[in-house]
Design a protein around this ligand. Structure first.
Ligand SMILES: [Zn+2]
Length: 190
């Protein structure tokens, strides 16, 4: 299965020993100190996220990384006793392909109000141009099983992100409609 288009959810968890190759901190602005593993992303995802953040900067928008990679063990620690945190293996953050972002005007919080900020609006409009989707859209909770998270972006490559943005399908709906992911995403120069 293609790494970037992989469906990760409760029904399709990652194995406990899954650690993405090529985890890297390429210097995305983060609300986390240097050396913190949450600054890590899979390398192609990291380049795409940096390009996205720099494009937003050109419009004077400050999109800041809050949480990228999260190990199975860390997810286990966070979810123990907390039904609102994804169980280990079911979080996209273990894949290194997901990034939570926020902005200064809401004090870098991960809250629904992010969607109303200029950064949140820009992200919703433009994420797919950089290969990302808003993975847990509003009103799709019955399908994704996850409440609306306007701050959580998932790298899926530009062809698939464009397709999902155009059709309004979630990754779950895409798989159940077409059965298989795009097998050969266009090579991207990042
Ligand atoms: Zn997230």
């Amino acid at each position: 299965m293609n790494l970037y288009t992989r469906l990760i959810n409760k029904d399709h968890p990652l194995p406990p020993d899954y650690v993405p190759e090529n985890l890297t901190d390429i210097g995305i602005p983060f609300d986390a100190p240097c050396g913190d593993p949450k600054r890590l992303l899979e390398i192609r995802t990291a380049h795409a996220a940096l390009t996205l953040i720099q494009a937003a900067q050109k419009e004077s928008l400050i999109i800041t990384g809050i949480s990228g990679y999260r190990s199975y063990k860390r997810q286990q620690q966070l979810s123990t006793g907390n039904p609102y945190v994804a169980s280990p293996g079911t979080s996209e953050h273990q894949s290194g392909l997901a990034l939570d972002v926020s902005c200064p005007s809401i004090q870098y919080q991960l809250i629904p109000e992010f969607a109303e900020t200029p950064e949140g609006k820009w992200l919703k409009r433009n994420a797919s141009l950089y290969g990302f989707i808003i993975r847990y859209p509003a009103n799709k909770e019955p399908i994704t099983g996850i409440p609306w998270e306007p701050w959580h972006i998932r790298y899926v490559t530009r062809p698939l992100a464009g397709c999902l943005a155009l059709t309004g399908l979630t990754l779950e709906e895409y798989y159940s409609t077409f059965g298989a992911p795009l097998q050969n995403p266009e090579p991207e120069i990042t």
